[in-house]
Design a protein around this ligand. Structure first.
Ligand code: NAD
Ligand code: UGA
Length: 464
């Protein structure tokens, strides 16, 4: 079965970049990305490539090459569904904020809406691909909805979870460690799998395309994120011990990472992991375990999140205690707000929790981030509902220049590992700060030896 037209529902951080790369690599396939958010679609269509809604290194070139040729962004969801042979569902699956499973389970309302719309609109057979991260066994719910339309259309459901990381999305999509495709074991299921394998085979070596049953594929995605987050929480737990004992967490990470059974990646201690998925997906996994009565399994994974919350709070507590137990009225400069470098995404960023804690102590915060907008920063804080919107705007200011943010500050806190922070004129920053001038490096990126020589008092995560 040859795929000629693809539709992707959801033009977000996953749908946009993923489809842009498919379109770039498969010029003979028409790829239409649709979204109910008209502003987002307009931004994807903006002739100024700096205005794309997702900032990812290299994405502008991919979009420039394919857009208007075989890559289209549209709000006409029904038309795109109707004409497609293959439909990717790439909508958001946030943690439920209401009802049963509140605060843990994945909210599948957007997924169900997509399934119902596909069922309603389709007049020809379709392959429906789960690209969103979903609880294991969601495919059976989607199939149930699709199979009860009564209009004789046949649907095959595949699971094809996405493993890209933000900041390196294009790189990850062009050369993935693996592409995972789960499908039904029936003959038609296998044909559907093959159709998707053929799409990826345009640029991914076949040995990197892994096929499994649907449930293994759905569960592998949750498992991968749980293992990755667990590594960060594990090294962060060690950072606390390092600080008490004089060990250096970077040295410990290097020493254990050279063991090929452990591996060197994902052992960078930090102020805590953020991002839209780690916490959400682990909570989802914990909820699934609980629903099967696997309470020990649930408790085991929940600790990854407990440790992450501890790490974020530990960082702000340390700032307060170092600044003589009060930050009330003191200016603290934040370098970075994004949850990691090279992205404008701030979802679940550690900076948000750290800021909230410090604002509770009446600190004055000035934030500089090279890619995050002022509007986004205030929206993140307002969402917490800790204080009024007016108070947030009085206590926290957003600066477009790092030197302004640091001027007259008592302390600087590094929340994101942006490379440019390493290149600043730190002498100039020091000269314009109140003394003693403190730096709290939550990412372990600054040359603390050089900073100490200038006169800074430095704290770096995981260093005694
Ligand atoms: P996102 O919020 O950036 O994008 C989702 C988009 O779907 C939004 O623009 C929203 O308007 C749209 N949408 C929702 N319901 C719709 C509907 N019924 N019709 C049309 N459009 C609709 O989310 P994201 O970060 O792209 O994540 C999407 C999924 O991919 C999630 O399940 C997430 O867990 C998973 N995932 C994300 C990443 C990542 O790096 N962000 C990586 C791997 C997997
Ligand atoms: C993560 C996974 O890496 C992707 O494979 C997955 O597809 C994605 O989640 C998802 O499902 O959404 P992402 O969250 O974009 O990707 O970024 P990561 O590089 O994994 O970083 C997550 C957080 O962990 C960041 O806050 C980062 O700073 C932190 N981190 C990461 C550390 O603190 N230390 C590390 O060693 C690595």
């Amino acid at each position: 079965m040859k795929i000629n037209k693809i539709c992707c529902i959801g033009a977000g951080y996953v749908g946009g970049p993923t489809m842009a790369v498919i379109a770039q690599k498969c010029p003979d396939i028409k790829v239409t990305v649709v979204d109910v958010n008209a502003t987002r679609i307009a931004a994807w269509n903006d002739t100024d490539l700096n205005k794309l809604p997702v900032f990812e290194p290299g994405l502008d070139q991919v979009v420039e090459e394919a857009r208007g040729r075989n890559l289209f962004f549209s709000t006409d969801v029904e038309k795109a569904i109707d004409e497609a042979d293959m439909i990717f569902i790439s909508v958001n699956t946030p943690t439920k904020t209401y009802g049963k499973g509140k605060g843990m389970a994945a909210d599948l309302k957007y997924i169900e809406l997509c399934a119902r719309q596909i069922a309603e609109v389709s007049t020809t057979n379709k392959i429906v691909v789960e690209k969103s991260t979903l609880p294991v066994r969601t495919a059976s719910a989607i199939k149930n909805i699709l199979d009860h339309t009564g209009n004789g259309v046949e649907f095959q459901i595949l699971s094809n979870p996405e493993f890209l990381a933000e900041g390196t999305a294009v790189e990850d999509l062009l050369a993935p460690d693996r592409v995972l495709i789960g499908g039904d074991t029936s003959e038609k299921g296998q044909q559907a799998i093959q159709a998707l394998v053929d799409v990826y085979a345009n640029w991914v070596p076949e040995e990197r395309i892994l096929t499994t049953n649907v449930w293994s594929s759905e569960l592998s995605k949750l498992t991968a994120n749980a293992f990755l987050a667990q590594r960060v929480s594990s090294i962060n737990s060690m950072s606390a011990i390092c600080e008490k004992t004089g060990a250096d967490v970077n040295e410990v990470a290097k020493a254990i990472g050279m063991d090929s059974r452990i591996g060197a990646k994902f052992l960078k201690s930090s102020v805590g992991f953020g991002g839209s998925c780690f916490q959400k997906d682990i909570l989802n996994l914990v909820y699934i375990a609980k629903t099967y009565g696997l309470n020990e399994v649930a408790d085991y994974w929940e600790q990854v999140i407990v440790m992450n919350d501890y790490q974020k709070n530990r960082f702000s507590d340390n700032i307060v205690s170092t600044l003589y137990n009060t930050v009330s009225g003191k200016k603290i400069a934040f370098l970075g707000w994004a949850f990691k470098k090279d992205t404008n995404d701030t979802r679940e960023s550690a900076a948000i929790q750290v800021a909230d804690n410090l604002l509770n102590e009446q600190a004055q915060i000035e934030v500089y981030d090279p890619k995050v907008t002022e509007e986004r920063i205030y929206a993140d804080l307002d969402y917490l509902n800790t204080r009024s919107e007016e108070e947030n705007r009085t206590l926290l200011k957003v600066k477009s220049n790092p030197y302004d943010a640091c001027k007259d500050a008592h302390a600087i806190a590094v929340l994101t590992e942006w490379d440019e922070f390493k290149t600043y004129d730190w002498q100039r920053i020091y000269d314009n700060m109140l003394k003693p001038a403190f730096v709290f490096d939550g990412r372990g990126i600054l040359d603390t030896k050089a900073l100490k020589k200038i006169g800074f008092v430095c704290y770096s995560i995981g260093k005694g």
